[in-house]
Write a protein that binds this ligand. Sequence first.
Ligand SMILES: Nc1nc2c(ncn2[C@@H]2O[C@H](COP(=O)(O)OP(=O)(O)OP(=O)(O)O)[C@@H](O)[C@H]2O)c(=O)[nH]1
Length: 470
Amino acid sequence: MVLAELGGSITRALHKMNNTTVIDEKALTDCLNEINRALLQSDVRFELIRDMQINIKNIVNLEQLAAGHNKRKIIQQAVFDELCRMLNPGKPSFVPKREKTSVVMFVGLQGSGKTTTCTKYAHCYQKKGWKPALVCADTFRAGAFDQLKQNATKAKIPFYGSYMESDPVKIAVEGVERFKEEDHDLIIVDTSGRHKQEASLFEEMRQLSEATKPDLVIFVMDSSIGQAAFNQAQAFKQIVAVGAVIITKMDGHAKGGGSLSAVAATKSPVIFIGTGEHMDQFEVFEVQPFVSRLLGMGDLSGLIDKIHGVVPMDQQADLVQKLSKGNFTLRIMYEQFQNALKMGPMGELVSMIPGFSSELIPQGHENESSAKLKHYMTMMDSMTNEELDSSNPKLINESRMMRIARGSGRLVREVLELMEVYKRIAKEFSKISRCRNPQDMVKSFPPHLLKQFGGVKGLQDMMGMFGGGR
Ligand SMILES: Nc1nc2c(ncn2[C@@H]2O[C@H](COP(=O)(O)OP(=O)(O)OP(=O)(O)O)[C@@H](O)[C@H]2O)c(=O)[nH]1
C-alpha cells in the first residue's frame, strides 16, 4: 500500500467511526484494527504497530472519559500523535553550522539513490548561501565518479574523486583535507554501496568513518524496500554512527511505511525525502506536517516552502500574508491552483493544500487532476471580482452559479462541485489559522523565508498585523 493510500485508509477508518453513534470499546477496536491492517500493508513493522495500538488504548480510556468529552476527537488526536511519535526518535539530528566546516558522510545500499541525494543535499545548502563540496569515495561501482561529477558540474558544486586510486579511504581523506583547506563549510562524502548488506561494505564504511570523522552520517534508504528497512537500517547503525535518515523515491509507488521502521531502527530522524530524480525534488522532512498530509489534513508550511520556489519574489510576501490571515477567498484558491499547476507533480503538491487529501489526486491520475484544476480555474475566470474576493460562499447563489456555468462553458453541477471544494479548503484554512499560536507558526516557517520577513520578530509583527495566531 503506498503512503497516499495509507493516509486514505486511516482517514476512512476514523471517518467510519465518526458515523457510529456510540463510541464504545468495540468501535475503538474496530477502528484500530482497520488502521493496523493499513499500516501492515504499508510495510510498517509489526512491533511498531502493536506498540501504537497499546499506546492509543492507554490514552483513550473510554471508561474514564466523562460524558461530554469528544471521544472521536480524542481518538483522532491519539492516532495523529502516535504516528508522529513513530516518526520522531526523540532527538534532533546534527545540523551543520556555518562557523565550523562540517563533514557529512552518506551511506546506503547500491541504487538507494545515495549519489543523487548527495548532490541534492549539497544543492539545497548551496541555495542558502553555503559553500558545499562533494567527495566521491565510491571506488566499487564503475561509473560512480562520473555520475557524481556530472551531477556536481550541473549544480556547480566543486567535487573530488579519482579514476586511478582504488582505495576509497585515501580518496576520502584527501578530498576532505583539500576542501577544508579551500574553506568549504560543508563537505559531503559519497560512499559506495553493494547490492546487499555485505561484510566488505560494512568494513569499508567503518574505515571511512574512522578516517574522515564525519559530524553526521546519513543513511539513505529507498522507500520501496518495505519490511527489509528495519534490518537494513539497523545493520548500518551497528557499524557507523548513523545520525539521520533520508528516504528516496517517495514519488514512486513505494510502500513508504518502511521509513517508519528505519527511524525506529536507527533512532535517528528522517531529515529529507527525495521526491524525484531532479535536483529540486527534495523536501525537508518534518514529522507533523508529513502526518497531516498523510491524513489529508494539509501542510501549510510545506506549501509555503514550495511557494518560495515558484512564486515571483515580489508576490511571495503577499501570498504568505493572505495564507496566514486565514481569510480564504476564491481568489486565493485560484492563485493556489495556478501555482500548483506551475509547481509540477500534482499529487505531491495538492496534498499540501489543507482540505485536499492526496486521494483527490491519485497517483497515476495526475493529468486528469491537472485538467480538473484547469476546469475549476476556467469557472473562476467567469466570476466577478465581488465573488472572487468574498469569503462567503452563500453569495454564489443558484442564479450566479448558472451564469458562471454558462460563461465558462461548464455544467452547473461542476460549479457546485467547485464550491464544495472551496468550502472544504476554506474550512481547513480557518481551522489552521485559528489554532496556530505565533510560536507554532514561526516554527513551521522555512528558515530562508523567515529571513525574508526579518526573522522571528518580523514574522510575529506581520502576524500581529493580520491577526494571526488567534
Ligand atoms: N524517482 C526517483 N528516483 C530517484 C530518487 N533518488 C534517486 N533516484 C534514482 O535512483 C537511481 C539510483 O540512484 P543513485 O544515486 O545512482 O544510487 P546510489 O545509491 O548512489 O547507487 P550506488 O552508487 O551504486 O551505490 C538513479 O536512477 C536516480 O536518478 C528519487 O527521489 N526519486
